[in-house]
Design a protein around this ligand. Sequence first.
Ligand code: GLN
Length: 304
Amino acid sequence: MPDFQAILESIYQDAKQASDKGIVATYIPELAHIDKNNFAIHLRTSNGKCYGVGDFNKLFSIQSISKVLALSKAISLIGESVWDRIDVEPSGHPFNQLALLEINNGIPRNPFINSGAIVIADILVSNLENPKEDFLNYVRELSGDASINFNIDVAHSEQSTGFKNFAAANLLKSYKNLNNPVDKVLDFYFYQCSIEMSCSQLSSVFYLFANNGKCLQNKLHLTGSQVKRVNALMLTCGFYDEAGEFAFEVGLPGKSGVGGGIVALLPDHFVISTWSPGLNVKGNSKLGMLALEQFTTKTKLSIF
Ligand code: GLN
C-alpha cells in the first residue's frame, strides 16, 4: 500500500507554492469572493481509512458535482427511461453551451452539461413529492450526515444572474423536453447546485460509486450496472470540454464544479475529493486537476 498521507502532504506542499492558482468563478456573484488560497484533499479508501490535507473540513459550493447525485436519484426513480430524453455522448463544449442543443433537437448531449442537468431536474421535480427537501435528504442519507445543506444565498445569487440557464430551459421547453414550468425546474436546479460540502463529506457522499451502489450506511441505492453507467459518464463527460484531458492526465471517473471542487474515484479502491477555487480556462479547478494527476502518478492507482 502506498503511504497515502505522505503523498497527499507532498502534493499539498507543491500546491501551496504554485504561482498560478487559476481564477475564481465570478459569474455567480456569491462565489466571486471565495479566497483562492483555500486548498484541500480528502481520500477515503474502501477499507475504511481516511486521509486529508488542508481545509478538508471547510464547506464549499459543490455546484455541478451535484449533477451526478441528481442523475443517480433520477435513475433510481425512473431507471432507463432517463435516456429517452438525454444522450450519453461527451459534448466537447463548455458546460453552458446551447448550440448543440438546437442541433440535436432539444436532446442534451449528456446529463452533466447544464441543459442535461436541467432535464434531470425536471424529472426529479415530476417524481419527488417535495423535490428540494427529498433531494437534500437523499444526499444526507448517502453520507449519513444530516448537516449537509443548501446555501440559500448562492441559490438566489444564481437565480438572479443565471440567464443562460433560463435560455437552456426555455429551449428545452420549446422542444417539449421539459414537462414542468421553467421557473419551477430552475428553482430546484439552483438549489441543487448550491449544496455545500467539505471534501471529507464529498468523499462520503460519493462512496456508493466506488462501492457498487452501496452507500456508506451499506444501503443499496443503485445496481452494479447503473453504477457502471454513472461512472462511465463521469469519465467521458465529467469535465466538459476537458474530459479527454482529465482521463489523459488523471485516469479516473470524476466530476468538477465551478466552486472549485473535484471528486474522483477508483471502483473498489477509493474516493478522492479536492478543493481549490481557482479555475482554469475550461472551468475546472486548476490545482485540483494537478493534484489528482500527481496522486494517480505517485500511487500508480488509476483505471488504466
Ligand atoms: N450552477 C452552475 C451553472 O449552472 C453550475 C456550473 C458548474 O459547476 N460547471 O452554471
